[in-house]
Design a protein around this ligand. Structure first.
Ligand code: 1YM
Length: 644
């Protein structure tokens, strides 16, 4: 009887295991967000997280990530190795348990072990469920242990010893091959992995992370990232190519009740800020208590210093949070054993005790820095005071913009708005030049498509304050058209169009205008870019005519492919024209090739990684054309027939 019960329990737990992994396969989105390339890369981070946790626990120094020839990925660390003993609850090895029981990580690890962790924090079993095979090798006790899973987490054979090793050697090596029936693509992108691996190295001081691409015969070395300076080096990295206004990178840190908090910062002579915050290595893009604590303390400490040093007179108004962050590059990192993430995308830290810790650590340290470095202190306060003056000037400019009849006259003279007032179906084409604007106006669906032709040059806002930007007529028109306002008045919910489509020629001038627009959007309307509202239209490069057929194609390759599929006799007579620009097309042509929602091809513009994007914007605004072109290509994902 007793024995029977045990067997039953064992059976039912085995069934539960598979049901758990089956649930992951049925709804992968619930566990890794998406099954596009992002989800595919997420698998790597789930495994790497376990190595990072082992590093945070103080047992692992080196992590190696390899993209193998078959697009499987190997992650290897020199930690203690996943425990190999039999787990009392499952009757199987702990390794097998960790890889087959959903959410086994924390519970089986002895509580509170999970410090890092992806957005979904689900771990190894999810990777197993979504892989066609997984192999885990553990080096421990002078032995080499091995287990393999197949077809979404089915154990091929229990953990076994396959060899011996030096007793001092410990570690874990995991190789997994994502299940191509689940993911849209199973090709890993080296650059995507590299950006995050580098970030992880910055965020975990002294930890060595190596990334290698074995698909590439030439790349035998890979990239090794190890930063003894941690987030201070991250700040230096972001500020390369900018002009810092003080030499030292200010680094402050503190700890309270198991919560570790640190911040690194440096001011540049720029007008924008780059403030990024992390909790357990995860980017908290909506901030939270750690960020609030720092921002509050920063404003207070600078104001106190400015008053005490009489730089700010009694009659002067206080500097605001916006003033004191102008030109500031800052990384905030918090390691928390029990983080509470809030908000729709779980991108905000909620733990209230962190606000106090962040405020205290920052204000004590920063106050001291200002006292000990009076010259730097003056420079920093001066910068904030200039920002304050510019802000007041911009406010006046805005009032003028609002008060003037601009909204009625010059604005509506330029914009041909759509009839629909429903932002969900409305789109706006920002078109280069008046003649293309004219064709677009005639060729549009006036119910849902608005046209805004750009006449003059758009100001390069990379090196301009808000007040100067507002002096630019084209920018004012764009702001009015979008409806969201700008700066502290910005409100995404007021956006009047679902899609903002940049329509420029496929030449250097066109790409220049596109980059200026992207810079404007990134700097002043970043949430619009982040929410995926910005697109680039793709006018065709060639028109192929044969008989009564007119065919437009986007690229050289498409042209070749199309011609190759024609009957040779037809091909010989086909007329191929290279399209010179938007202005050359009549309204029917423009509609058919570039605007019609059923036929056009749009490129979605994304800012997936603000740090990388910022670096690119700097590179972009240099004189060379090539990096600009690269940027556009790196940041545009093909979205074919998006509306179908
Ligand atoms: C390439 C992936 O998984 N490394 C890794 C994982 C663990 C440990 C060490 C570990 C943790 C603990 C004790 C503990 C994990 N252990 C568990 C569990 N690399 C990789 N390295 N000993 C070793 O947390 O107490 C889950 S992950 F649950 F078994 F403890």
């Amino acid at each position: 009887m007793e024995e029977n019960k045990v067997t039953n329990n064992y059976d039912s737990s085995a069934i539960q295991v598979l049901e758990g992994l089956e649930a992951v396969r049925k709804r992968p989105g619930m566990y890794i967000g998406t099954t596009d390339v992002k989800g595919l890369h997420h698998l790597v981070w789930e495994i790497v997280d376990n190595s990072i946790d082992e590093a945070l626990a103080g047992f692992c120094k080196n992590i190696e990530i390899v993209i193998n020839k078959d697009n499987s990925v190997t992650v290897k660390d020199d930690g203690r190795g996943i425990p190999v003993d039999i787990h009392p609850k499952t009757g199987k090895s702990t390794v097998e348990t960790v890889y087959t029981v959903l959410h086994a990580g924390g519970k089986f690890g002895g509580g509170g072990y999970k410090v890092s962790g992806g957005l979904h924090g689900v771990g190894a079993s999810v990777v197993n469920a979504l892989s066609s095979w997984v192999e885990v090798t553990v080096y421990k006790n002078g032995k080499v242990y091995f287990i393999r899973f197949e077809n979404g987490g089915h154990t091929k054979e229990p953990l076994k010893v396959i060899g011996e090793c030096d007793v001092n050697r410990t570690g874990t090596s995991v190789t997994f091959k994502p299940d191509s029936s689940i993911f849209d693509s199973d090709i890993y992108d080296y650059e995507t992995l590299k950006v995050r691996v580098r970030e992880l190295a910055f965020l975990n001081r002294g930890l060595s992370l190596t990334l290698r691409d074995d698909r590439d015969e030439k790349d035998t070395q890979g990239d090794k990232f190890v930063y003894e300076g941690g987030i201070s080096e991250y700040v230096r990295f972001i500020n390369r190519g900018k002009n810092p206004i003080h030499n030292d990178i200010i680094h402050l840190q503190g700890e309270d009740e198991g919560v570790f908090f640190e911040v690194a910062m440096q001011y540049t002579d720029g007008y924008n800020d780059n403030i990024y915050s992390f909790v357990n290595n995860i980017n908290t893009h909506d901030g939270g208590t750690h960020e609030e604590g720092v921002r509050r303390a920063l404003t207070r400490v600078i104001n106190n210093y400015a008053r005490k040093s009489s730089m700010l007179k009694e009659k002067d108004e206080a500097l605001t949070g916006d003033d004191v962050k102008e030109g500031l590059t800052m990384i905030i990192s918090c390691k928390h054993p029990n983080p509470q993430f809030e908000g729709q995308t779980k991108g905000r830290l909620g733990n209230s005790e962190v606000r106090r810790l962040a405020d205290k650590v920052f204000s004590d340290g920063f106050e001291r820095f200002l006292m000990e470095n009076p010259e730097d202190a003056r420079t920093i306060v001066n910068k904030a005071m200039l920002a304050c003056r510019a802000r007041n000037a911009a406010k006046k400019a805005r009032e003028i913009t609002r008060k003037s009849d601009l909204a009625m006259t010059s604005f509506f003279g330029k914009l041909s708005d759509c009839k629909s007032k429903d932002p969900k179906v409305s789109e706006i084409f920002i078109v280069e030049g008046d003649s293309a604007g004219g064709s677009a106006k005639k060729g549009r669906d006036s119910m849902t498509q608005a046209i805004l032709p750009l006449r003059g040059k758009i100001l390069n806002v990379e090196k301009a304050r808000l007040d100067k930007a507002l002096g630019n007529e084209e920018i004012r028109t764009i702001i009015t058209a979008f409806g969201t306002g700008i700066g502290d008045e910005f409100d995404l919910s007021k956006l009047r169009y679902d899609k903002i489509i940049i329509m420029t020629d496929a030449d250097v001038d066109g790409s220049h205008i596109r980059v200026l627009l992207l810079t404007l959007f990134y700097r002043f309307f970043r949430p619009i870019v982040e929410a995926g509202h910005v697109y680039a239209a793709q006018p065709p490069l060639f028109r192929i005519m044969h008989g009564k057929t007119r065919k437009y194609v986007l690229t050289d390759e498409d042209k070749e492919e199309y011609l190759n599929n024609l009957d040779p006799a037809v091909r010989a007579k086909a007329e191929i024209a290279r399209m010179k620009g938007l202005g050359e097309m009549d309204d029917d042509e423009l509609n058919e090739t570039t605007m019609d929602i059923n036929k056009r091809v749009l490129r979605k513009i994304t800012v997936s990684d603000c740090v990388a994007a910022d670096a690119m914007f700097n590179r972009l605004m240099g004189e060379e054309v090539e990096p600009r072109r690269e940027f556009i290509e790196e940041n545009a994902i093909y979205v074919k027939n998006l509306d179908i």
